[in-house]
Design a protein around this ligand. Structure first.
Ligand code: TPP
Length: 474
């Protein structure tokens, strides 16, 4: 769902036992067919090397995705003189890089004549290394930029053209822009329901120019008036070369700025309440560099991490988007730490529930001495579920409320990591500083207001233009 290139090598019973319900036998290629881009049962020691090679090529080529090679024990134990082929996709796998020039021309005319244009950048922009091209395109033609959640970081959020993220917990101004634009240029986005809300109310006045490398995404959820199949960077460059005059959109840009002030993301931090989560996220952002990488679990904390951190660089936001898998934060922080440059801090903003799902990964982080900082926004709730139960189920808290919670700082120390705890506003900055300066894994157990909720919110299937700023507006 997140188009992540990944290769899984799975162990299988020996070929003679397949189909016998042998000890630990699983029909791995069968059960993974719906969740992989491609999978193979390696049936022969002479070709297994090429099977693995091809899996690496397929995972990366075109729209990236996970591939799998199932390795029967006797195949992986066998001897062979065969050399694997170079990583190469099968001849039948074709990727269209350049979009149809005629449709590019029509789309360019539409953009030139638009008075309310908007760019909508999705995760495909980052995966396709098209952020720079999109940035130049937006700035050259002064087009306001909205992102999806996976598209965060594709355009600098501190730029005046940035409207930030749209959708269920997007900014009010991004949702106003997407609802009122007359031309929407969607690049590398699959128009997920968390972005669109109800499809009949999504961008109702807009003609859609849809750029995607995967033809299956075109007009899947939202009808594309200008379908542009191709690589994001290539197609944006084609569009840039075709456009002769920038759209005349001064009034529209002023309107977008007005929405930014009307629906600003300012928040209250009353002294008589526990710490507000937004304050912790902003303090972390301030204490780290622009290239710091943020990973998250899934829930309220994930949304605050989207909303209150100002992302300015691609590949600095790492989260579970399409599947929304809790427990993603720490393992992905470990992966990010190994992949990142030494001068990039890696911060995992986690929820207490999400952290509990995979915190045993601390053993890896300690063993490998990985410099990561986990900040648990601890509300002692399965918070997002509690928020929905309050908003839509008369406050009946079912399986969302704990009556105890481990002390995460002490748990971290037990693993051999550094542990910290925050209860008061005046502890926030110093504790973050200390945790970040520790050269190894650290965990801050930040006790936040258990009643804090995530807004704005467009209820599931709702109209993006009718976002609620508080529970009583739902
Ligand atoms: C593996 C998994 N199980 C259940 C869910 C459904 N779910 C979405 S958010 C959420 C609550 C997350 O709680 P927590 O990690 O404490 O974060 P908070 O919302 O409190 O910030 C749940 C249960 C999910 N997304 N993933």
């Amino acid at each position: 769902m997140d188009s992540d290139p990944m290769v899984a090598l799975t162990g299988q019973v020996a070929r003679d036992f397949v189909g016998n319900d042998a000890f630990q036998e699983t029909d791995t290629t069968g059960v993974t067919t719906p969740v992989t881009k491609d999978n193979t049962f390696a049936s022969d020691p002479d070709t297994v090397g090429s099977d693995v090679s091809e899996a690496f090529a397929l995972a990366r080529e075109g729209r990236p995705g996970p591939t799998l090679v199932d390795l029967p024990k006797d195949v992986s134990n066998a001897d062979t003189d065969c050399e694997p082929d170079e990583p190469k996709v099968p001849d039948t796998y074709e990727v269209q890089e350049r979009a149809d020039p005629e449709i590019v021309e029509q789309a360019a005319r539409r953009i030139e004549n638009s008075s309310k244009p908007a760019l909508l950048l999705g995760g495909g922009v980052i995966k396709g290394e098209a952020s720079e091209a999109c940035r130049e395109f937006a700035i050259e033609h002064e087009i306001p930029v909205i992102t999806t959640m996976p598209g965060i970081g594709s355009f600098p959020e501190d730029h005046e053209l940035s409207m930030e993220m749209a959708g269920m917990h997007g900014t009010g101004y991004a949702n106003m822009a997407v609802t009122h634009c007359d031309t929407l240029i969607g690049i590398g986005t699959r128009f997920d329901d968390r972005l669109t809300g109800g499809i009949e109310t999504f961008a109702p006045d807009a003609e859609l120019i849809h750029v995607d490398i995967d033809p299956a995404e075109i007009s899947k959820n939202i009808h594309a008036d200008y379908p542009l199949i191709g690589d994001a960077e290539t197609v944006v460059t084609q569009l840039a070369e075709e456009i002769e005059t920038s759209p005349q959109a001064t009034k529209w840009r002023a309107q977008c700025q007005q929405w930014k002030s009307d629906y600003s993301m300012a928040y209250d931090a009353p002294e008589d309440r526990p710490i507000q989560p937004e304050f912790v996220v902003e303090a972390l952002d301030e204490a780290t560099s622009d290239r710091a990488i943020v990973t998250t679990g899934v829930g309220q904390h994930q949304m605050w991490a989207c909303q209150y951190w100002t992302y300015t660089e691609p590949r600095t936001w790492v989260s579970s988007h399409g599947l929304g898998a809790m427990g993603y934060g720490l393992p992905s922080a470990i992966g990010a730490r190994i992949a990142a440059d030494d001068d990039q801090e890696v911060v995992c903003i986690d929820g207490d529930g999400s952290f509990l799902m995979t915190l045993q990964g601390l053993s890896v982080a300690v063993r490998e001495n990985l410099d990561i900082t986990v900040v648990v926004l601890n509300n002692e709730y399965i918070g997002m579920v509690r928020q929905w139960q309050d908003a839509f189920f008369e406050g009946r808290h079912s399986a969302s409320e704990y009556n105890w919670m481990p002390e995460f700082d002490k748990l971290a120390e037990a693993f051999g990591a550094r542990g910290f705890r925050i209860d008061e506003y005046d502890e926030v900055a110093d504790t973050i500083e200390e945790a970040l300066s520790y050269d190894g894994p650290s965990v801050i157990d930040a006790h936040i207001d258990p009643q804090a909720n995530v807004y704005p919110m467009v209820p599931s299937g709702g109209d993006n233009g009718q976002f609620a700023l508080a529970e009583d507006q739902l």
